[in-house]
Design a protein around this ligand. Structure first.
Ligand code: ATP
Ligand code: MN
Length: 468
């Protein structure tokens, strides 16, 4: 075969260099045609669009073309010609075709017909080859770039917090333990409890549920940082919005108070959505047509609205009024209750019809590190609530007063000996500061319009599922 430098299909489809020789490589989506001529739709992942390869059957022979079925991988030399069909500029008239790998139609699971998302989860190793998951994972990439760009442009530093941690400081969520102990022969102390001093780290260790506490240490030195890394929660919650392993972005900013924190969160999400519209429109358009006809409208809608800001107390009042007027919820609503997703979505989708930032939650339902308000009942928390999702961001202004922080930690059962290093930030040069956590996959749910969080991460980990 003649050696011609490969062109990605995304570039071939933009090219108007008709009459020139090109090389493309990719996976066959379909092959169809007549006795004289075949049309191969070829995709290489660089774009959702396929390039059409026109094949003169006489030139290659029926037998040679036979193994070129859906899923096969081929290497094609040909002449770029102006397309007869509509929708794309060019197509390739094949001069040489090498078959890299066949895909036996009897066993290749991704045939032409549409497959359910549930079925595709069972073949997560192959689903990136579908239009849907190609689109989702390209968008996922672009969103990661958007996030780094947003913070980089604003002078934030990307800070890496540990994944293995020896303190359950968040107090939130159950943690996955990390151990090298032989589970059949667990070393015990005299009183019979597990002797973690014998374990790898000499103490009990787990996978992180949040990089925030370490992020705060960095903010108290670098001024403004963000983390972006894997996060683990061992909660047994089988919902369309929870993963056992997900990615979280956590900015932390010295001298920011809650208002600036809210503005940062709003600007950040809007930036990411705008980026998606600017860089991923073909993929979004596809998902819009396929799954969620309201997707593009919703993205534009969020961009132009100012997020409604109100307190938890005001939010609960609205929900209580709704209940009084006959609205049914699965979970009870009263001041002090942790809002369920149905409550959050009622505020966003039915009451305000706009993203909402709820602030000043009861201290009992929030973490020990949140700044305490003077009312002695609430803390300076903020949750950003989104249509179709509920909570997309959770954050707060942090308690900067050492005594108040230490007291609250004790009240909530966080041992001071575990967080001495965290308390040191309040001991030495403390400052007001704020931050939040955005669940990357929740953002992707919103941007892609997918309904289940398992469909926006390549290899989802959920209770009873760690395949691939
Ligand atoms: P939820 O109430 O929805 O379970 P949370 O309040 O426990 O979330 P935080 O501890 O505030 O979550 O975490 C910050 C952000 O991380 C959340 O706003 C959400 O976007 C995301 N997040 C939290 N838990 C998960 C999870 N299990 N899977 C995916 N994303 C998550
Ligand atoms: Mn939260």
């Amino acid at each position: 075969m003649e050696t011609i430098a490969r062109t990605k299909i995304v570039d071939v489809l933009k090219s108007e260099a008709f009459g020139t020789k090109v090389n493309v490589k990719g996976w066959v989506r379909t092959r169809r045609g007549s006795k004289q001529v075949n049309f191969i739709a070829l995709n290489d992942g660089s774009t959702i669009n396929n390039v059409q390869i026109v094949v003169d059957i006489e030139k290659f022979g029926e037998d040679y073309l036979k193994p070129i079925t859906t899923g096969a991988c081929i290497n094609v030399n040909g002449i770029l010609v102006e397309s007869q069909g509509q929708g794309q500029k060019g197509e390739i008239q094949a001069t040489e075709i090498e078959i890299y790998g066949t895909a036996d139609p009897a066993t290749y699971p991704l045939q032409k017909k549409g497959h359910s998302l549930e079925f595709l989860r069972e073949i997560a190793h192959l689903r990136p080859r579908t239009n849907t998951f190609g689109a989702v994972f390209r968008i996922r990439h672009h969103m990661a770039i958007a996030i780094h760009q947003f913070f980089h442009d604003r002078g934030f530093f990307y800070f890496h917090t540990p994944i293995i941690t020896a303190s359950d400081c968040e107090g939130a969520g159950q943690m996955f333990q990390v151990t090298t102990m032989d589970l059949n022969q667990i070393p015990r102390t005299e009183d019979g409890s597990v002797d973690f001093s014998e374990d790898f780290f000499g103490k009990q260790a787990s996978l992180t549920v949040s990089g925030q506490l370490e992020g705060e240490l960095a903010a108290m030195a670098l001024g403004a940082i963000y983390t972006f890394g894997p996060t683990f929660r061992a909660e047994n919650s089988n919902t369309p919005r929870h993963l056992s392993e997900f990615w979280m972005i956590e900015p932390e900013v010295a001298f920011n108070e809650i208002e600036e924190n809210m503005q940062l969160a709003e600007d950040f999400i809007k930036y990411c959505i705008q980026w998606a519209l600017d860089n991923c429109m073909e993929d979004i358009q596809f998902l819009n047509n396929m799954f969620d006809k309201g997707l593009i409208d919703r993205l534009h809608f969020v961009l132009k609205e100012n997020f409604i800001r109100l307190t938890y107390t005001e939010g609960v009042k609205i929900l209580e009024e709704a209940v009084a007027n006959g609205r049914k919820f699965e979970f009870p609503i009263f001041w002090g209750a942790d809002l369920a997703s149905e409550h959050e979505r009622y505020l966003v989708e039915e009451h305000f019809k706009c993203p909402v930032i709820l602030t000043d939650y009861p201290k009992e339902i929030k973490s020990f590190y949140m700044k305490q308000n003077d009312d002695d009942k609430t803390v300076r928390a903020m949750d950003v609530l989104f249509p179709k999702i509920g909570e997309i961001i959770g954050g707060s202004q942090r308690e900067e007063d050492l005594d108040k922080l230490a007291r609250r930690a004790q009240e909530m059962g966080v041992p001071a000996k575990d967080i001495w290093w965290y308390l040191d930030t309040r001991r030495f040069g403390t400052a007001p500061h704020s931050g939040f956590g955005l669940g990357f996959e929740r953002l992707l749910l919103f941007v892609t319009g997918m309904a289940n969080i398992r469909d926006v991460i390549p290899f989802p980990r959920t209770p009873n599922n760690a395949d691939f």
